[in-house]
Ligand binder design. Structure first.
Ligand code: DP6
Length: 331
């Protein structure tokens, strides 16, 4: 009898942190140094199929149909942790596709690992609960735990809990349907990856400790703004957290400059709009893209204003989306 093949497909969306994660409390176990708060998008999607087969001799990872050796190592690490917990030893083929540029500050590792743990769990029939899946995703990539959930999501440090972090949904997407415009200023991959950048910042920035120590207050402020659906309060603390993160990156040695000239122009434009009373704020991750977060009634205005800036190659629009989930197999 032919041995059983176990396969499942999952989708997940990238998320954008409004209160940022930058730095690690524990590098080996990938425990973040700070908590974070994010929104999950619906406009961009990662689709991942995992197929375990007793006849496979090793794991294979394909991203958009091509081998991706650097990412493959992290995928195998994640599968190993899942296999260990589920008590299985089969290898797998993992095929993942993004409908948006990879590694350009659009958090493809977040949606990638969120889709991976959901698909692998379903393929194995392991039945891990959401907290355990979030823990597995977080070990693969800190921001990935947040993409397991939809809408507004918080990742907290819980040193005394069953897991070192806990991730939960604060508000569903429909409860406060903000819109996001991603101004793409350079679709190429980023120069320094997040993990490497974080370690460099911790080792060399004179401001790293202040960054870590001031983060809980930002998180508290943002959580309260989300609970009250107070756009201005959320805008203030989000821009603060973003600029603080980039300040600490810039103060590393050598300084990490993820921005280009167009990034700065987009930030200026968003600030001008906000000063004119338009309900919009900006955030930027470890890449040159600018994400403008706004109320639904002003998104067309914001989109128009960003699209005409020289150097903006496209503006991707998105609403808030749901968490990672199993979908029907592609074949
Ligand atoms: C700037 O989750 O990519 O986007 O845990 O090392 O994989 P690793 O880092 P990653 O870092 C995300 C950094 C950020 C801010 C954020 O998303 O909170």
């Amino acid at each position: 009898m032919k041995p059983k093949i176990m396969q499942a497909t999952a989708v997940a969306h990238p998320n954008i942190a409004l209160v940022k994660y930058w730095g690690k409390r524990d590098v080996e176990r990938n425990i973040p140094a700070v908590g974070s708060l994010s929104i999950t998008l619906d406009g961009l999607t990662t689709t991942t199929t995992v197929r375990f087969d007793p006849e496979f001799e090793h794991d294979v990872f394909l991203l958009g149909g091509c081998e991706a050796p650097k990412m493959a190592q992290r995928v195998v690490g994640c599968l190993d942790r899942m296999r260990r917990r589920a008590g299985v030893s089969m290898h797998a083929v993992v095929e993942s596709e993004n409908d948006f540029p990879t590694a350009a500050g659009l958090a493809s590792s977040a949606s990638g690992f969120a889709a991976l743990v959901i698909a692998a769990d379903a393929a194995l029939g392991a039945g891990f609960d959401r907290s355990e899946l979030a823990d597995l995703a977080r070990q693969a990539s800190g921001s990935a735990a947040r993409s397991l959930f939809g809408g507004f999501v918080e990742l907290r440090l819980t040193p005394d809990g069953p897991y070192p972090t806990e991730t939960r949904q604060l508000l569903e997407p429909r409860a406060w349907p903000l819109r996001i415009l991603v101004a793409v200023t350079d679709p190429g991959p980023k120069a320094v990856g997040s993990t490497e950048g974080m370690l460099m910042t911790e080792l060399t920035s004179p401001y790293y400790r202040e960054w870590v120590e001031s983060s809980p207050a930002d998180l508290l402020e943002a959580r309260s703004a989300v609970e009250r659906r107070d756009f201005e309060a959320l805008a203030d603390v989000s821009e603060l957290s973003c600029l603080k993160m980039h300040a600490v990156m810039l103060s590393a040695r050598p300084g990490l400059v993820y921005w280009n000239g167009t990034t700065v122009e987009c930030i200026r434009r968003v600030r001008e709009l906000r000063a004119d009373g338009v309900a919009v704020f900006f955030t930027v991750d470890a890449g040159p893209q600018v994400k403008a977060v706004c109320l639904p009634e002003v998104y067309e205005r914001v989109e128009r204003d960003l699209a005409v800036l020289p150097g903006v190659t496209s503006v991707v629009e998105s609403g808030l989306g749901g968490g990672a989930r199993v979908v029907e197999d592609r074949r």
